[in-house]
Design a protein around this ligand. Structure first.
Ligand code: ATP
Ligand code: MG
Length: 436
């Protein structure tokens, strides 16, 4: 096995490795060349956590994506022009499967004319060198690193460097990408790239970013580990005005964003995957804006109505959960567990970030830090032994008895010798992971 293949497999999570194998099998069956590319490569080689896997296919990428969908992956988005699909697998792993391509930009910010190309050509046309590396996943050249713009050296220097001088002229959304990535990675910007950026800004190219690209970038910012820091940096660079001049003034609510970030991290620390909550992000982002300013922002980025509705209904939904959690009928840990195990993650995150009720805060924290770990230790055999069919009252009673036996009993005074550790029960962990 080549060093890079070894590095890759040891760097990815078990679920990501399974997706890697599945995508390789699908590409093999379709008879197309497959590469790991983009941010996934950058993160693996730079020692960062790989957030999502970016695959490039020399050939029919959407066919590979379709095979993966037939095997259970869900499509998050598709770009027919670029022949690229974003998928989420049942384990929660996200991946992009894209055709390797050449893009020609007739006008700044216009949709590019896309033609199929080799992976080398594709890499040369990307935005920054650290994003322009690929690893061959094909039998004859498996593990070969493709790095036509010398991104590996820039990664070592922790520097963002453009792949060519027209990077921002072709696609001004890359101005936003530069700020976002340099903030996330704590990289500096190479001198010539800085000059290209300054020239593009002097020519006001940012005004040519189309609303669909603003929306895409806003969604990526929402999915960042620290969206507040990225927005702050954009504000300092005078780019936040693209979304809203009110936001760029005193309207940026960094406190609300930080509270949301902290709450999401707390939930994630209990191994509950938190899908990017765009509605929650929008709510925090626009908290200080007037209704008119809000609709101006929604228009600037053409935010879909479904996202606006999600934003508007989040607080009332979360307040219902808050009522349930502070109800006098909730007396025991198993009651708290029952309520939160069925609650959508977004509502739990919202309450952690916003609820002023101490009892609610405490109950959610206990659930995450005590009750959930205790229930995840229940052996699969104990779940299998529950009475009745899942969903029936008999089953629910039996489940409640099991939860109560694990959560509601007080610890004994004289501790016994610890029992042999039971294997973690995937049953409950997986069920919880599906909650959104
Ligand atoms: P993240 O970690 O946020 O996913 P990423 O670099 O992987 O960051 P993606 O948006 O997932 O970003 O895109 C995958 C890859 O596609 C990038 O690494 C880059 O090589 C390329 N890419 C994405 N958007 C652009 C763009 N506007 N111009 C050029 N290349 C791009
Ligand atoms: Mg990516």
């Amino acid at each position: 096995m080549s060093d890079y293949m070894f590095m890759l497999e040891s760097h990815l999570s078990a679920d990501q490795n399974r997706v890697l194998e599945q995508v390789q099998a699908a590409a093999g069956a379709a008879g197309v060349n497959l590469f790991l590319s983009g941010g996934g490569m950058r993160d693996m080689l730079g020692g960062f956590r790989v957030r999502d896997l970016d695959f490039s296919v020399e050939g029919h990428a959407l066919k590979v994506a379709q095979t993966l969908e037939e095997q259970g992956a869900r499509r998050l988005a598709v770009d027919e022009n670029r022949r690229s699909a974003e998928l989420v697998f049942p384990s929660g792993v996200t991946a992009q499967v894209a055709m390797s391509r050449k893009e020609r930009y007739a006008k700044t910010g216009a949709r590019p004319q896309v033609t199929p190309a080799t992976i080398q050509e594709d890499l040369r046309g990307r935005d920054f060198t650290v994003n322009a590396m690929a690893l061959s996943l094909n039998r004859a050249s498996r593990g070969l690193l493709l790095d036509p713009t010398n991104g590996l050296a820039d990664l070592g220097r922790r520097e963002m460097r453009s792949t060519h001088p027209y990077v921002f002229y072709d696609d001004p959304a890359r101005l936003l990408r530069l700020v976002r990535l340099r903030v996330r990675l704590s990289f500096t910007v190479e001198e010539r790239t800085r000059m290209q950026y300054d020239n593009a800004r002097a020519a006001h190219l940012e005004n040519l970013i189309p609303p669909r690209a603003l929306l895409e970038e806003l969604k990526r910012i929402a999915a960042e580990p620290s969206p507040g820091e990225v927005l702050h940096a954009l504000n300092q660079d005078g780019l936040l005005e693209l979304l809203s001049s009110a936001l760029a003034g005193s309207g940026l609510n960094l406190h609300a964003l930080t509270r949301l970030e902290k709450a999401a991290k707390l939930v994630e620390s209990a191994n509950i995957p938190v899908e990017p909550q765009f509605g929650a992000f929008l709510l925090a982002l626009t908290a200080k804006l007037t209704p008119r300013e809000k609709s101006g922002l929604f228009k600037a980025a053409e935010i879909p109505q479904a996202d606006i509705d999600e934003m508007r209904t989040l607080e009332p939904r979360a307040r219902k959960l808050e009522q349930a959690l502070k109800s006098v009928r909730v007396k025991k840990p198993s009651h708290v567990y029952q309520i939160l195990a069925d609650a959508p993650t977004g509502e739990m995150v919202f309450l952690l970030g916003n609820s002023a009720e101490r009892v609610v805060q405490e109950r959610i924290r206990n659930y995450l830090q005590k009750y959930l770990p205790a229930i995840q230790e229940v052996a699969p055999a104990a779940w299998a032994a529950l009475d009745g069919q899942p969903g029936t009252p008999k089953y629910l009673r039996s489940r409640q008895a099991l939860l109560a036996s694990r959560l509601d009993v007080r610890p004994r005074r004289t501790p016994e010798a610890p029992p042999a550790p039971e294997t973690a029960a995937p049953v409950e962990a997986v069920a919880r992971g599906r909650q959104r």
